[in-house]
Design a protein around this ligand. Structure first.
Ligand code: ZN
Length: 433
């Protein structure tokens, strides 16, 4: 059992569909879970708009964060039991707090909102940990420098690199949890990895986490599942369509706000969000309930663009898409110009998307082969990057299998398709009638 600073008199457990149980044995972890900032994560979905594609994907950042904590706790316990000198036991508390709090700064529909307002959830996580918050007070009770140490792990500049490695690396507690959890809640058959075996094979070694060579096949399985999840779930073009609409709503609302438009409904802290001036206290008021309520109200706004976008999002009238191998800037400009000529909006009725622009990474070891890779260690202590050893991993590493997707409102485009130049109309799979 890891050495805790303040053990609870009685262990607390959460029933969890992925790990069966999440065990809390330390008073500080228990107090952190009960802060208002951590409880807010119940109101933020882990996969944003993915529930519009896979209806089961309603799980929250709260359950994922508990899962990352649980995996980290298990790894640490095992390192302690093994008595490995390369694991710094005095870092147990920092590692578990960082695991639990690593997603604390996620906003509602985080990827779309971050794209629309150039925000960064990691920055917000650190601001919440270091600011005037309950999380900060709980951490400070342990030691005055704990908030800064936890924030430093999140920023990936913590002096003990092995702690950062545990939370952020190609085989880290974060990825292992979201892969299993997202597979479970979307209902896809990929992503069911043998996590017990992987965890048993991890070893602390010289400032980083490595994998015993005999665990290679379990890691292969993990990377294959991850590869399948990216294409099956994370890059799903229908999910991307809903994200585009969401981003357009934020963009339109910010435009209107800038023009001085009088909204019939504009709750706090949205005005601050539009101009990128939010205090920590205001930021913490943002959750998906507030955003959904706002969209419901905006579906009656005077502005026709905002009204239409909100109806589309709420009632799942998503944009259709067509896949193309390549497209040049000239054609894009021509599409926008001819859309405008027939009364469509060049910015809102056409969007172009390339799946690998998404903030997820497919496994890609860097050139040196060691830096960001997954390192295997053999009986003699020799280190090798997994793609050097595994044919399967080599074949999927760094693969760039993306196509452009052009998004458009099907009904609107159908009604004007006959008036578009033939070579533009032929790009879209709509027949003129
Ligand atoms: Zn996470």
């Amino acid at each position: 059992m890891p050495s805790f600073i303040k053990p609870l008199r009685e262990e607390k457990v959460f029933k969890d569909p992925v790990h069966n149980y999440v065990h809390v044995q330390d008073r500080t972890i228990w107090s952190l879970i009960n802060t208002s900032e951590f409880q807010r994560l119940r109101r933020i979905r882990q996969l944003g708009t993915t529930y519009l594609t896979f209806h089961g994907a309603e799980h929250s950042r709260f359950s994922h964060s508990l899962g990352v904590y649980e995996i980290t706790r298990r790894i640490i316990s095992q390192f302690e039991r093994g008595g490995y000198p390369d694991w710094p036991v005095e870092e147990n508390m920092v590692a578990m707090c960082a695991a639990l709090l690593h997603d604390l700064g996620h906003g509602p529909f985080s990827h779309s909102i971050e794209e629309a307002f150039q925000m960064d959830h990691e920055d917000w996580t650190c601001k919440i940990i270091l600011g005037d918050t309950d999380v900060n007070r709980v951490l400070k009770e342990v030691s005055a420098d704990l908030p800064e140490r936890v924030a430093s792990v999140i920023r990936k500049d913590y002096e003990q690199e092995i702690v950062v490695n545990l939370i952020t690396s190609p085989l880290d507690a974060d990825r292992m949890d979201y892969l299993l959890r997202d597979a479970y809640f979307t209902g896809v058959n990929y992503g069911t990895i043998d996590i017990d075996r992987i965890l048993r094979m991890l070893r602390p070694h010289n400032g980083r986490i490595v994998v015993k060579e005999s665990g290679m096949h379990a890691v292969e399985d993990y990377l294959m599942s991850r590869y399948q999840m990216y294409w099956q779930v994370y890059f799903h073009p229908v999910t991307r369509s809903s994200e585009i609409i969401l981003r357009q709503i934020f963009r339109r609302a910010a435009e209107l706000h800038k023009e001085g438009y009088a909204f019939e409904f504009l709750p706090q802290p949205l005005p601050g969000l539009f101009v990128n001036e939010l205090s920590v206290k205001e930021y913490l008021k943002l959750d998906e309930s507030l955003i959904q309520t706002t969209f419901m109200q905006w579906s009656d706004e005077k502005d026709p663009i905002l009204r239409e976008l909100c109806c589309r999002f709420l009632h799942r009238r998503l944009y259709k898409y067509v896949e193309v191998d390549s497209i040049d800037m000239e054609t894009i400009d021509e599409i926008r110009a001819s859309f405008e000529q027939v009364g469509l909006h060049p910015e809102y009725d056409f969007e172009i998307d390339f799946p690998t622009d998404l903030p997820y990474d497919v496994f890609r070891p860097d050139d040196s082969g060691m830096g960001n890779g997954i390192i295997l260690i053999d009986k003699q202590g020799k280190l090798r990057e997994i793609s050097e050893v595994s044919d399967i991993i080599r074949s999927i590493s760094g693969l760039h299998r993306g196509k452009y997707h052009l998004y458009y409102p099907h009904h609107k485009l159908s009604s004007v398709i006959s008036r578009l130049p033939a070579h533009i109309a032929s790009i879209f799979p709509i027949s003129a009638d």
